[in-house]
Design a protein around this ligand. Sequence first.
Ligand code: BGC
Length: 250
Amino acid sequence: MAANLPFGIDFGGTGIKGAPVDLEKGEFAAERERIRTPSPSTPEAVTEVFLELLGRFPDSEGPVGVTVPGVVRHGVVHSAANIDEAWIGTDIDKVFTDATGRDVHVVNDADAAGLAEARYGAAKGRSGLVIVTTLGTGIGSALVYNGVLVPNSELGHLEIDGHDAESRAANSARERDELTMKHWAKRLTKYYRALEMLFSPDLLVVGGGISKQSDEFLPLIKIDTEIVPATLRNQAGVVGAALYATEDRE
Ligand code: BGC
């Protein structure tokens, strides 16, 4: 493995995953490592895990991209819908740069997945407006126009029928309410129709762990826009973070 390859870290609700990434191929350059997300997932506890993860790749020296499941502007986290509230206002870029001495770049998790799908995955070579959504604990979104990311779109928090959309349509809502795929697809139809009405996208890409079972629910979503499963699956966060680390201009 070349030492200067970018390193991607994906901070999720259950696991924190990391690997060096080969950006020519959009693939891991070494086997990925995963450590369980600490509870509570405070910035300090998570930074410890990041350090342990990086320590497992002693040869790695390249820039480090890190995803966070919240709004990130200039390295500072501004929202924490599904993570510890202590993240709000934390300059995680600084905390992590100080802790590791590495060149760190922090990006929203769905934005990282969107970048990866646009470069290597389901939206590769597609022009116009692509909206990548991740269906997990929450709903993450990435707006990519002609390959350029418009960050922090937060479309999981659209208010639909008086509800925060992700509280009704995320995969966690399907599990919580014990919905059949058919019933969940009705909620997703309402959600994606709202996206269609507001953005007129050219393509919708659906990611998140449940996209493995896309055959069971995507055909049941009744919208006019082309809608396809993500292809990078659970690699998208790590690959997108590494990509961001090399493209971020800050
Ligand atoms: C957060 C987003 C995040 C998404 C997926 C939402 O609750 O607000 O920032 O991208 O969950 O993790």
